[in-house]
Write a protein that binds this ligand. Sequence first.
Ligand SMILES: [Zn+2]
Length: 302
Amino acid sequence: MKRITALGTVVVAALLTVAMTSGTAQEQPRVTIQSMDVRENLYVISGGGGHTAALVTESQGVVLVDTKLAGWGQSILETIQLLTEQPVTTIINTHAHGDHVGGNVDFPASVDIIAHDRAASRMANMEAFTGVGAESLPDRTYTDRMTLFEGRDQIDLYHFGAGHTDGDTIVVFPALRTAHLGDLFAFTGPPYIDVANGGSGVAYPDTLDRIVESIEGVQRVIPGHIPPPSGSPMRGWTTWADLEQYATFNREFLDSVRASQGVGRSVDDAVEALDIWAKYPEYDMSRAAANVQAIYDELNAQ
Ligand SMILES: [Zn+2]
């Protein structure tokens, strides 16, 4: 435990020499680990894909949320070993995308891997999990809700419907008032809707509303990809209020697109008719047209 306290106050930049299994030349996977708070054993490991959360529990070893791109699992593992001698016992995968599950294969088969049941079935169809990779598929799945461990170690998993994919998990650490949202809240801006993996622009705002209405007591949010502030422990990042604003944004976006479709506007005119630009000056709107198209396709198919 002493090692955790000592390292909790510094940024550990782990420069490692794991060969990439894809990509060009010999890149060196490099991750950064930051403490969420000096009094806590929750860390964020960034770089190499979606953000990984690492909870060093009191009696259940280390629990990871997401494992980044293929080739980055070893760098996560070696970074954890700088913090604690406790083994990684559990991996929670928020959804079936390669930049969140690719590192699974670098962990021992004894690690308990958990995901939503539809995310698990989609992972079973990914090339990385064929053959020997099948050992790194989820060992346990759930449908609506699952609770792991108790007391300060308690972790709650929730699924509230389709959004980014059809198997997105929200991971809540209730004792720490913190939630990992995966790519349901990846960036501030129109979200990536992975229709091929069951994502839905029409369901997305409902799903976000259910999260905001059903989960209580959370203050801090670990987003899928929003860069963390520098420093360890980090000062400030994404909050529950940011998530509430993001839910409102997505609701307003859908309402506007639905109205445009109702009066027969073209996709281009529907983008033009979105009147939410000024309200969200910090948001990156580069995906707006793609999402209007995705929502039009869904509405037209209904
Ligand atoms: Zn994703």
